[in-house]
Design a protein around this ligand. Sequence first.
Ligand code: GRF
Length: 203
Amino acid sequence: MSDITPPIRLAVLASGGGSNLQAILEHLDALGASSAAKVVLVASDTPGAGALAKALTKNIPAAIIENPKDGPAIVRLLESHRVDAIALAGYLKFVPLEVLQRWNGRIVNVHPALLPAYGGKGMYGRRVHEAVIAGGEKESGATVHHVTDEFDRGLIIAQERVPVESGDTADSLAARVLEAEHRLYPTTIQQLALSLQRSTPTN
Ligand code: GRF
């Protein structure tokens, strides 16, 4: 039996620019040998997604999800990379049931507001920040949560709050929240990976 627990094999699913992917990779790199997770696959439903280009510059396998509704195909893709856990980073599609069942409790997402407020279907990107400002909120923030069959309704794992400042626009608030996401998501992923390592016996 080996004393060294291998890092959790993480897939990152992204639809867009991939700044959260970048933050995750930088954090895990900085942890060096203490990193409990390794990104082994980046997959996207959007062929031009910046996240795919970022993966390739880091020599991480990158794949296009041709049909985001095809659960069995996504399971096959993830299994072919022996994925233990999945982080959604700006992935805008519903995760099919086959994937949710196969990686039950091992799929997380970051949302740019303080859930359970300002989440749910259609609540993404600028719309979230516009709604927070229109709601007269004094605070917003980032939430990391488990992914279930309902958008943004899974168990909340961690949150970081930021102020909503007078004169904020959706863009200025989005930028402040994104900085919080970049701090919160990578550290939370490391913590989750550590707990998965503890619950997964090695041989
Ligand atoms: C982030 O605000 C994230 O919370 C949301 O989509 C945005 C994606 O940003 N789900 P990026 O692609 O990681 O830069």
